[in-house]
Design a binder for this molecule. Structure first.
Ligand code: NAD
Ligand code: ZN
Length: 258
């Protein structure tokens, strides 16, 4: 009898176009907490959903800037894991579009090219007032490992406060990233949805669009995030357990005479 992972490896092996759609769970094993993990230090009494809004920034920019610096420290100290690496490897033999909800750069550091960031990036701040992205590397202030309130640097053009270049709750997704993701989802044969709870919209529409356009959708998650059906499959477990195994299995099949 064929196991689910063998069935998925066969689907991925036969696919011309693959979309890899990732969420916080893929970076969890690199030590970057998801929103479900309890916060420590000065953040313990804050709720990310409240910190990650324009109104929180208006009210207390230093608190919000400090929060994102703390998250940058976590990302700087983290390394891509075997799942990020296997995705980069997959792109050597298949057409792969990586669409991530993550604001870290672990896909890029694992070697994936042209990653679509649906929720922006920690590495690209922009001006809260004039919305421009400063060209030069902007902040050199010391970064506290525990987290601190830190006044944001100022925009070199208008002296407005710089804000992180991420999508806050209540904000629209970057239009170009969204359009490219929709096109990729509608045009793929298989979409691998890895480490995402599927509850943050509109990002969570991407796998649904792929499914409606006739693709297979495979969920890789320790939690059962979908009900399996004829075109929706679930590999229950950690990303580092299933993604490298899946890619190795597929590569082995590629080497077999057909
Ligand atoms: P989420 O926090 O809602 O869900 C995380 C999912 O990952 C859960 O379904 C969980 O079961 C799963 N998971 C946990 N450990 C896993 C593992 N080892 N392997 C595979 N899956 C695992 O995350 P989300 O769906 O990405 O949505 C929440 C929002 O949080 C997004 O908008 C995202 O931008 C943001 N976020 C990003 C980061 C990051 O950049 N690394 C971190 C935290 C939150
Ligand atoms: Zn400005």
């Amino acid at each position: 009898m064929t196991s689910t992972i063998e069935a998925v490896a066969a689907l991925v092996g036969d696919a011309k176009r693959i979309v890899v759609f990732t969420g916080a769970g893929i970076s969890a094993e690199s030590g970057i907490p998801t929103f479900r993990d309890p916060l420590t230090g000065i953040w313990a009494r804050h709720d990310p959903e409240k910190l990650e809004t324009a109104s929180a920034f208006r009210e207390d920019a230093a608190l919000v800037w400090g929060w994102y610096l703390w998250r940058r420290v976590q990302v700087a100290q983290a390394a891509p894991n075997a799942a990020h690496q296997a995705i980069a490897q997959l792109a050597r033999t298949r057409e792969v579009t990586v669409v991530t909800q993550n604001i870290d750069d672990l896909h890029e550091r694992a070697g994936s090219a042209d990653v679509i960031h649906l929720h922006g990036s920690l590495a690209q701040p922009k001006c809260f007032a004039c919305h421009r992205t400063p060209a030069a590397l902007f902040f050199e202030e010391p970064i506290a490992s525990e987290g601190l309130r830190i006044e944001p640097p100022r925009c070199p053009r208008c002296n407005g406060k710089l804000r992180p270049g991420v999508v806050w709750f209540g904000e629209d997704l970057p239009a170009v990233a969204w359009k490219r993701s929709v096109l990729a989802a509608r045009d793929c044969d298989v979409l691998l949805s890895i480490g995402t709870s599927g509850v943050v919209f509109p990002a969570a529409e991407i796998p649904i669009m792929a499914l409606h356009a006739g693709a297979y959708v495979v969920h890789i998650n320790p939690a059962q995030v979908a009900q399996p059906s004829s075109r929706e499959l679930c590999l229950i477990g950690r990303a580092t357990e299933h993604v490298p195994a899946l890619v190795s299995l597929m590569m082995l099949t590629d080497m077999l005479p057909s």
